[in-house]
Design a protein around this ligand. Structure first.
Ligand SMILES: [Zn+2]
Length: 554
């Protein structure tokens, strides 16, 4: 491993109102001593000074320092809003610090695209992102709405879920996407004509230039830097790019290496290669991950891979069990044939690489957990920590089986706020919605779990995920699933040490323990003592990464 931090840094002691370590042996302190970017001592000022350090920095004396927040499921695509217009429902902070206003109707979307078209050369394409049709009380977005904005340009509306896009007739014609097209996931109207909705990557990729333009933007070094600053601004010290293609592209790897080797790069990045291709390619893919692991540096790590097994619940492409969706058409789509999942994953498991699998629907969680059961019978590995990520509709029986197998979950608990009302009223109905993202059930049986924002699907930030897990309030203010609420202490561990654990990185990050990186989140107030409803409103000052303060622009 290349060492890039700063043995040249002088020893320092930071004092604080309180330090929360996420280390159960020594959960709190009021001073932390740092040497070579690592934790030397956490405790009282006198204990820290006893190491012979006189350099005491008291700029954080009024602040709360916590073990740095770890985001185990986000995407470099977070940086895309620096380049692609945002058209989502909620107002949202952009990477440059400006607030983009949410769009509240299909008409507002059409109008926004019309404005962009007025300043865009005819014949070229307009790509916008963040749209969420489930909030619209109107007819579902189709090519007809987009044709009303422009017929002289291609229009590609990338949905908030990242799993769907809606395009106009210009794009359908450009790529000859007509009735009876053989690709799966092409939405059609009652007459069998494509309606412009492209579901899941194989269908979206038909709009080759437009879909690829997003991919290209998100692999530029500037996008990685925008991603890193967005994470730092939210108080995150380690962030995962889940589903990267670094092991397939030397250009992407070099971009990431160049960005992370810069001493100013404000976050540690975990790059999880995406499982993609055919079964026959997987041995080589696993070898590429092992090769790229040797090129890790202090701020770039490759401990896991990611498989995406189904779609999104609010996009109706997640695969859920009987009685299926409550309202709306079931477009559940397995992105790998269930019977082939074991064959796809075997080379990674055998090579000792952690596997995180995107499972939104209950049918999908079941397929993944069964696949891990089979792999463990073939090749025992006690410490695999394979993780069901999203795990939104995981059942009680699946939770127990996952626990027995030594697996982890990474819950998408932000859904309770952002889509909880829709899940209760539209997608899965009043019963199952209460049991979504079952954190307290996982605690009751001892299954290790974390939370994620899936940024850019929801904005980065763990104060918000903690707030969701503790309060379980929907956007309309209803409590969804009161029996799945957890304590602040459990939520804090989920976003620090337990997230590090499922990334196989808990020996390096996730808690303030002697010898680990001195990575901290700097807060104006203590999540343990503010009113539970206010946790999400605590101001984030910034972070400390390897002992170096990283303020966010305020
Ligand atoms: Zn994701």
């Amino acid at each position: 491993m290349t060492t890039t931090t700063s043995s040249a840094l002088p020893d320092v002691i930071y004092t604080a109102r309180l330090i929360r370590t996420a280390n159960p042996s020594r959960p709190t302190g009021t001073a932390i001593a740092i040497r070579d970017g690592k934790v030397l001592c956490v405790g009282t000022l006198d204990e820290c000074k006893s190491w012979g350090i006189t350099n005491v920095d008291d700029r954080f004396t009024d602040k709360i320092l916590t073990a740095g927040f770890v985001e185990a499921h986000s995407h470099v695509m977070t940086g895309m809003f620096a380049h692609i217009p945002y058209v989502g429902w909620f107002d949202r902070l952009m990477p440059n610090g400006e607030m983009a206003k949410g769009l509240k109707s299909t008409d507002e979307l059409t109008q926004r695209i019309r404005e962009i078209a007025a300043v865009t050369e005819p014949g070229t394409s307009i790509v916008v992102a963040g749209f969420d049709p489930i909030y619209m009380n109107s007819e579902r977005l189709s090519r007809v709405h987009l044709d009303a904005a422009t017929t002289d340009h291609g229009v590609f509306v990338f949905h908030a879920s990242g799993h769907l896009a809606t395009v106009n007739t210009f794009i359908l014609d450009k790529y000859s996407i007509g009735p009876g097209h053989p690709a799966p996931g092409i939405g059609c109207d009652d007459t069998g004509q494509p309606n412009g909705e492209l579901r899941e990557p194989p269908a979206m990729a038909l709009a080759e230039d437009e879909y690829r333009s997003i991919r290209i933007i998100v692999t530029e070094p500037t996008a990685i830097t925008h991603f890193a600053s967005s994470m730092r601004n939210a108080g995150i010290t380690s962030a995962t790019d889940l589903g990267a293609m670094l092991h397939h592209s030397s250009r992407e790897f070099e971009n990431a290496e160049q960005a992370t080797l810069s001493p100013d790069f404000p976050v540690r990045m975990v790059s999880a290669s995406r499982v993609i291709g055919s079964v026959a390619d997987m041995k080589e893919s696993a070898q590429k991950v092992l090769d790229v692991q040797k090129k890790s540096n202090d701020k770039l790590h490759f401990p896991i891979v990611k498989m995406v097994l189904d779609g999104s619940i609010q996009g109706f492409t997640a695969v859920i069990e009987w009685p299926n969706y409550y309202k709306g058409d079931d477009h559940g789509l397995f992105l790998f044939a269930p019977e082939q999942v074991v064959d796809f994953l075997r080379p990674f498991h055998e090579a000792g690489i952690g596997i995180h699998c995107h499972c939104n629907g209950s049918a999908t969680s079941g397929v993944f957990i069964d696949a891990i059961d089979t792999l463990l019978r073939e090749t025992p590995w006690m410490d695999h920590r394979h993780t069901v990520t999203h795990a939104q509709l995981i059942t009680q029986a699946q939770l127990k089986k996952a626990r027995n197998l030594g697996m982890c979950a990474n819950f998408f608990v932000n859904h309770v706020f952002y889509w909880g009302d829709q899940h209760r009223d539209i997608t899965v109905g009043p019963d199952r919605a209460h049991g979504m993202n079952p954190c307290a059930s996982a605690d009751r049986i001892g299954l290790s779990y974390s939370f994620h924002t899936d940024s850019p699907v929801t904005p980065p930030g763990h104060l918000h995920t903690m707030w969701c897990a503790v309060n379980r309030l929907t956007a309309s203010g209803r409590v969804l699933g009161e029996n799945e609420r957890i304590s602040v202490d459990r939520a804090f561990h989920a976003v620090t040490i337990d997230a590090a654990y499922q990334l196989h990185m808990d020996h390096l990050i996730g808690s303030l323990e002697v010898g680990k990186y001195a990575d901290m989140t700097v807060l104006d107030d203590d999540p343990y003592t503010v009113a539970p409803e206010s946790i999400k409103d605590i101001n984030v000052w910034g972070t400390i990464l390897g002992g170096i303060p990283q303020p966010r622009p305020q």
